[in-house]
Design a protein around this ligand. Structure first.
Ligand code: SAH
Ligand code: SF4
Length: 356
């Protein structure tokens, strides 16, 4: 028997085509789509403004998947980590970060990651599989349900989460087609209506896909740079052996940045590896001419990896060099470290580590 179609995998245009293919009026797709993108929708019977015959036909051929958290952990700083067990047993995590009455959700795009960055626990667990669009969107809907349950009040569900960042497990651009479908679903005005300002996709630097992203959709781009020369970068990020720094920065230079948009460069500071004054000066030189912001991430140490975070004073000096060179540079301490929810600590299948 043919497997049923998961309607939550479908963009609006694919849903219309799908309904047409079943001989159903595609004019009803807008109503079905709106229900699918609403937290709490589990079943066709909830779609009260859609005719029964249409719902019966859909139920015969399709399903509505949803994610339910297998575990929810709350950090002392208010950060909440959700673990979702997927149908095949893969586990992915999402992290909700409250800040001044606003909420940012960090979502996963893959179970594990194949890119093997030396400093990252997700990289250490290896790659399991790509997430389907429904599993990416499902994280957002499930977290919204949680927020409603714990009493976060907003006029409409779409106001519950202000920003979405693809900085959880996995490399979003290595799951490109599903990422684009998920973004189209999340950004659709008939659904959750995330605007381009409110979505950031972070990549370790898969150059051809950065170019595709710029052509296909408007979202904010974050690039995990972490080193300003090829030798250091290749040592800690194997992807750099395929796409070197100059290639990566050329793709950043041609990434469309309308208006006041900038690229966010993420730079983990790891003691003795990439934190020297010369590294900062080289970085300032390399990024010249790219409208950008730099986030310095003090390395989140873990017991199983032999890297350390530099002293605070050292971090401030690094920041000062970049600021003096004219770059907007911020030090971003990770949230949720006590529940292993901080950057680079997401690793759910046994690779979990204790903080040192
Ligand atoms: N794969 C994408 C999306 C994950 S984002 C990417 O790498 O950009 C996760 C961010 O946390 C990345 O910038 C990553 O480099 C960073 N990170 C990984 N391990 C970390 C650690 N131990 N401490 C601080 N940041 C870390
Ligand atoms: Fe993958 Fe990003 Fe971790 Fe590198 S830093 S291993 S790309 S999740």
């Amino acid at each position: 028997m043919k497997a049923k179609t998961d309607l939550r995998d479908l963009t609006y245009s694919r849903l219309s085509e799908y309904m047409e293919g079943l001989g159903l009026p595609s004019s009803r797709a807008r109503f079905v789509f709106a229900w699918l993108q609403r937290p709490g929708t589990r079943d066709f019977s909830q779609m009260v403004d859609v005719k029964r015959e249409i719902l019966a036909a859909l139920a015969e051929h399709a399903v509505i998947s949803s994610l339910v958290p297998a575990a929810v952990e709350k950090s002392r700083d208010g950060t909440v980590k959700f673990a979702f067990a997927l149908e095949d047993g893969a586990v992915v995590e999402s992290v909700l970060i409250p800040e001044k009455g606003r909420h940012t959700l960090c979502v996963s795009s893959q179970a594990g990651c194949a890119m093997g960055c030396r400093f990252c626990l997700t990289g250490g667990m290896g790659f399991s599989r790509n997430l389907r669009p429904a599993e990416i969107v499902g994280q957002v809907l499930a977290v919204m349900e949680y927020m409603i349950d714990v009493g976060v009040v907003r006029t409409t569900p779409r106001e519950l989460i202000n920003n979405l960042v693809f900085m959880g497990m996995g490399e979003p651009l290595a799951n490109y087609d599903n990422l684009i479908a998920a973004l189209r679903i999340l950004m659709d005005e008939r659904g959750l209506e995330f605007t381009e300002r409110r979505i950031t996709v972070s990549t370790c630097g898969i150059v051809p896909r950065i170019r595709d992203l710029g052509n296909d959709i408007r979202v904010n781009l974050a690039v995990s740079l972490h080193a300003a020369d090829d030798e250091t970068r290749s040592r800690i990020m194997p992807v750099n052996k395929t796409y070197g720094l100059d290639d990566l920065l050329a793709a950043c230079r041609s990434f469309p940045l309308p208006g006041k948009k900038v690229i966010l460069f993420e730079y983990i500071l790891i003691k003795g590896i990439n934190d020297a004054g010369d590294d900062a000066r080289r970085l300032a030189e390399k990024l010249q001419g790219i409208p950008c912001r730099i986030n310095l991430l003090p390395y989140n140490a873990t017991k199983s990896l032999d890297y350390q975070c530099p002293e605070e004073e050292h971090i401030l000096q690094f920041q000062k060099i970049l600021r003096d060179a004219g770059y907007r540079t911020f030090i971003r301490s990770s949230r949720g470290a006590d529940i292993s929810a901080a950057c680079g600590q997401l690793a759910s299948t046994g690779a979990k580590d204790e903080q040192t």
